[in-house]
Design a protein around this ligand. Structure first.
Ligand code: CP
Ligand code: NVA
Length: 305
């Protein structure tokens, strides 16, 4: 039987995504009440990180521990992956030893090759194209704060990057409108724009995208691997900074999100990210609960209260 993978939000149905988010809210309640759960006792998650991470690493590792399982951190510096062992061979070997594999890598193609050769579920912990785990947490966070996101308007400011692509997928899956404002040279992938169809509108002016929005979202201007472009990007993205003036164009009760890490004074001002409209800490914290729900869904093959 083909094992399920979570490489992008489009790998699951809307119903499955909603089940995972509902379960995440339930797991969070249980966790905060101090109740213990060992649904993943004896299960092991391998985590392959080719890029840095704080939230993704800690949330997966803590999540496995809290469910009675174990997580192993693997970096190319300390494994044979860094010495040229093929991805395909690594996937085959790890599949014989662990129950699930999370991979954070550069080209999305690496993840596809990994999943193609793995006999256990593979989770995308961020690639250059997508960051689906972050979207599970973002959708959970919005739901907790405001209820269903269906029919709402989300404004994306800045780079048409991995996070932006995942928001485009989320717009399709959860049925909201996504207004994207970005410099012309940094628009999202054309094929993905086509697939997103009417769910997405592109703007060159930040103000136009934000007007009337229920949620305003941004991300770093230079993602991991783009550090050498920082100076050029700083100049081009400056008009897309999320500041108080821009936020005032959104709905009065609009929320602000950012996957973090954030650069205050660049993509967002301190005034906005540290304001009551900002729910970035809830968003980051929900990585733990959303991924615990995801791990149970993938490893156990079902969701049990
Ligand atoms: N948002 C996020 O994925 O953060 P990390 O890079 O710290 O994992
Ligand atoms: N777009 C950012 C997200 C970091 C969580 C990056 O890829 O570096």
């Amino acid at each position: 039987m083909k094992v399920p993978h979570f490489l992008s939000l489009m790998d699951f149905t809307t119903d499955e995504l909603e089940q995972i988010i509902r379960h995440a809210i339930n797991l969070k309640r249980q966790h905060l009440a101090g109740s213990h759960r060992d649904t993943l006792k004896g299960k092991v998650l391998a985590m392959v990180f080719e890029k840095s991470s704080t939230r993704t690493r800690v949330s997966f590792e803590a999540g496995m521990a809290q469910l009675g399982g174990h997580a192993i951190f693997l970096s190319p510096d300390d494994t044979q992956l860094g010495r040229g062992e093929p991805i395909e061979d690594t996937a085959r070997v790890l599949s014989r030893m662990v129950d699930c594999i999370m991979v954070r890598t550069f080209a999305h193609e690496n993840l596809l090759r990994f999943a193609e050769n793995a006999d256990v579920p593979v989770i995308n912990g961020l690639s250059d194209s997508y960051h689906p785990c972050q979207l599970l947490a973002d959708m959970q966070t919005y739901y907790e704060a405001r209820g269903p996101i269906k029919g709402k308007t989300v404004a994306w400011l800045g780079d048409g990057n991995n996070m932006c692509h995942s928001y485009m997928n989320a717009a399709r899956q959860f049925d909201f409108t996504l207004n994207i404002a970005c410099p012309e040279n940094y628009r999202p992938d054309k094929g993905q724009l086509k697939q997103a169809g009417n769910f997405v509108s592109l703007y060159s002016e930040a103000a136009e995208a934000v007007r009337g929005a229920d949620l305003v979202v941004t991300d770093v201007w230079a993602s991991m691997g783009q550090e050498s472009e920082s100076q050029q990007r700083d100049a081009e993205f400056r008009p897309y900074q999320v500041n108080q003036e821009l936020m005032s164009l959104a709905k009065n009760d609009a929320l602000f999100m950012h996957c973090l890490p954030a650069h205050r004074g660049d993509e967002v001002t301190a005034e906005v990210i540290d304001s009551p409209q900002s729910i970035v800490w809830e968003e980051a914290g929900n990585r733990l609960h959303a991924q615990k729900a995801l791990l149970e869904f993938l490893i156990m093959g079902e969701i049990k209260e």
